[in-house]
Design a protein around this ligand. Structure first.
Ligand code: PHE
Length: 339
């Protein structure tokens, strides 16, 4: 009888089929009521007592082998069936991850929106500029350090072709191409040859603004900037202007806003001064107006410029400028856009 068991084990091991009927036949042959294994179990009672142990073990081994083999065969058929149908339309689809707007875009849109309410419309210009639009027309003296290789990425020398260092170059284009009244803002990417750190980057974004008309005064500039600051931060925000210098504006000022975190009382973000610097501004220098073909006897104007990353850092409490350029979705998806 043990021989019989070996025989069937051998038969199981050498059996192979991918046809469902054949496998079913095989199962019937072994496991059905009259199947070979069932019969052997029937004969168990007539086995002499001293052989029962070994026989029982072998019989169980046989039964397990048969069950494993049949399971394996029917599984290979099932996976073959899947291949056949090719596509399981009942599977859930891969979820599509929704992106989010970049914080720099959110703040840019917000700035554009605030100035749109004051009648400013957008103008854009090229990122690759010549010396005249980026420097000369803006009253930069020939030897001014900002023209130095330190700050500017030159593409060609003599005549100079460069990556614009500010969007004031677009102001020049606007003044050249139209006559006052001009009320425009200039968002865009700018480039400076700076070592990349938490506080500086060689690429960043600016929004500059320009308003030229008859009788535009410094008071108009201050009120415009106060409105901007209160819309951008909160209604309690105050501004402070400190005298400064830009070749293209006279007088010039740097503008601070009262710290929105401590309300001006002093905290570690404002370094206990109560104020945060946000932009540069001034009255357009008459030389610049004349360089661009605008009558400086008749018209006056103001201009201002701010870094978008800086405003976004203050508004969102971002501590490292480099985060804006890494495109890590864990950073980016933290900003929800009303814009
Ligand atoms: N162009 C200046 C800068 O990039 C900003 C500015 C614009 C200052 C207009 C005054 C007036 O730093």
């Amino acid at each position: 009888m043990l021989n019989k068991i070996d025989e069937i084990i051998h038969e199981i091991e050498s059996f192979n089929s991918t046809i469902a009927e054949e496998i079913d036949q095989f199962r019937i042959k072994l496991m059905s009521k009259k199947g070979a294994i069932t019969q052997l179990f029937g004969e168990f009672k007539s086995v002499p007592v001293e052989q029962k142990k070994e026989f029982g073990q072998r019989l169980n081994e046989l039964k397990n082998k048969a069950a494993d083999k049949l399971a394996q065969l029917s599984e290979s058929i099932a996976s073959k069936d899947k291949e056949y149908s090719g596509l399981d339309l009942s599977l859930p689809g891969d979820p599509i991850q929704l992106g989010s707007r970049h914080p720099v875009s959110i703040i840019k849109n917000e700035i554009v929106d605030i100035f749109a309410r004051l009648g400013f419309s957008i103008a854009e210009g090229p990122e690759i500029e010549d010396d005249w639009h980026n420097f000369t027309a803006l009253n930069f003296p020939e030897e001014h350090p900002a023209r130095d290789m330190q700050d500017t990425f030159f593409i060609e020398k003599k005549p100079d072709v460069l990556l614009r260092t500010h969007t004031s170059s677009v102001q020049v284009r606007e003044m050249k191409n139209s006559q006052p009244p001009i009320r425009k803002i200039f968002p865009g990417r700018v480039f400076r040859n700076e070592a990349i750190s938490a506080r500086a980057h060689c690429i960043f974004h600016q929004v500059e603004g320009l308003y030229i008309d008859e009788n535009v005064s410094f008071a108009d500039l201050k009120q415009t900037l106060l409105y901007f600051a209160q819309e951008m931060f909160d209604a309690e925000t105050q501004i402070r202007l400190r005298p400064s210098f830009f070749p293209f504006t006279e007088p010039s000022a740097e503008v601070d806003v009262s710290c929105m975190l401590c309300g001006g009382k002093g905290c570690n973000v404002c370094k206990y001064t109560g104020w945060l610097e946000i932009l540069g501004c001034g009255m357009v220098d008459p030389n610049v107006l004349e360089n661009c073909g605008i009558d400086s006897e008749k018209y006056t104007g103001f201009a201002f410029g701010m870094g978008i990353e800086r405003i976004a850092m203050l508004k969102y409490g971002v501590k490292d400028l480099r985060l804006y350029f890494e495109n890590d979705v864990r950073f980016l998806k933290q900003f929800s856009a009303a814009y």
